[in-house]
Design a protein around this ligand. Structure first.
Ligand SMILES: Cc1ncc(COP(=O)(O)O)c(C=O)c1O
Length: 376
């Protein structure tokens, strides 16, 4: 199958399972696998079954459509929608055992009304904004809000959570302040007998940097995929990146000196040069910038000019043995050489999260199944 492909994403499911178990070991908590945005680009259809085989019993998505997608590949995992959901989806959510996030009274009431009309119960997690400035009730209002939602027929308050804005930075101050605010809410609720069963806060960076904020559950995204939370919070040793972007060399020729290469002739040959064309471009998720590099036959070679929509042009004077059909790695490892997602992100002026999640839908995801010893 792979031999016939020209451009694809290889996803190492064994690496994801390994990283998942490592996160369980480090946090000593159940790990909610954050698999929004098509499992950070890795593909829900492969990642969800692999996580379930590794023992995952929680996952988090951004939207209801993603939650329904998860249900196509696994019925035995709890799914929490981390973003907003229109009340029109309550029937479907209850039928498929999907949890919603609640952070405002009008929406909570609409969820409750619909659940009551069905004679059923919707499980919800209440979000507190302790300093992200995004979704959530403010700490001052949180205790009263939890009390009120708990009293609504049709809703079961199963969880309470917050999200950190700066847990990946070297200054712990802002996160410690968020933890302090969240702790205050949790303690007040405990005193009142209103503490929900699942209290959670930590993203990947916080799992490593703030062990005191692990509560009942941690939510891991980027680390699950073997990618570093940030330069200030690199992964501990042992994590393995899961994603490799590959394409084939589809043409090879010698151009005479002074030939313009690609749109805008951003490169002009200096002498007789061996020029290769590779079937990957910005419509696969690359960025249209100068200075890209790729691996072929285990060697780094420069990309000439800027990527086109579906192709890049590479310089092969240093790799005489290259032939059409050769595998080219845009990021990942080949023959001992590696180009990390982080390196590419820096070149593209962004972060690894954006690189992974911007891998386009047209790329087939080829799943590498774990070796036997990893499956146990
Ligand atoms: C609410 C929430 N929790 C957890 C995560 C996972 O974060 P990370 O990928 O940094 O582990 C995200 C991702 O952005 C999120 O939005």
């Amino acid at each position: 199958m792979e031999e016939a492909l020209t451009t694809w994403l290889e996803v190492d499911l064994g690496a994801i399972q390994h990283n998942y178990r490592l996160l369980q070991t480090i946090s000593r908590r159940p790990v909610m696998a954050v698999i929004k945005a098509n499992a950070y680009g890795h593909g829900i259809s492969g990642v969800v079954p692999a996580l379930i085989r590794a023992g995952a019993d929680w996952c988090g998505v951004a939207r209801i459509e993603e939650a329904l997608d998860v249900r196509r590949f696994g019925s035995e995992i709890r799914v929490l929608v981390l973003g907003y959901t229109n009340p029109g989806w309550v029937d479907e959510a209850i039928a498929r055992d999907i949890r919603f996030t609640v952070f405002d009274p009008a929406t909570a009431e609409a969820y409750a009304m619909r659940a009551q009309a069905l004679g059923r119960v919707l499980r919800v997690h209440i979000k507190v904004d302790t300093g992200m400035g995004r979704l959530g009730v403010l700490p001052d209002e949180a205790v009263e809000f939890v009390r009120w939602v708990t009293g609504l027929r049709g809703l079961e308050v199963e969880g309470l959570y917050t999200h950190f804005a700066r847990a990946d930075e070297s200054d712990p101050g802002p996160t410690l302040e968020q933890i302090r605010r969240f702790d205050e809410v949790v303690h007040a609720l405990t005193t009142l007998g209103l503490r929900p069963r699942w209290v959670h806060a930590s993203n990947s960076a916080a799992i490593f940097n703030f062990p005191q904020a692990r509560y009942d559950l941690v939510r891991a995204g980027i680390a699950l995929y073997g990618l570093h939370p940030s330069p200030e919070t690199p992964l501990p040793t042992g994590f393995r990146p899961a994603m490799t972007l590959k394409a084939r060399l589809i043409s090879l020729k010698i151009l005479p000196p002074g030939s313009g290469v690609g749109y805008g002739h951003r490169y002009v040959t200096r002498g007789r040069e061996r020029i290769g064309v590779v079937a990957a471009g910005y419509a696969d998720g690359m960025r249209r910038v100068l200075g890209n590099e790729v691996l072929i036959r285990g060697q780094r070679v420069p990309v000439l000019g800027t990527p086109c929509m579906d192709q890049i042009i590479i310089q092969l004077d240093g790799v005489k043995e290259a032939v059409p059909g050769d595998e080219v790695v845009i990021f990942g490892c080949q023959g001992g050489a590696c180009i990390s997602v982080e390196e590419v992100a820096q070149r593209w002026g962004t972060i690894n999260y954006e690189v992974a999640t911007s891998m386009m839908a047209r790329l087939p995801r080829i799943y590498i199944e774990p070796r036997n010893e990893e499956n146990g």
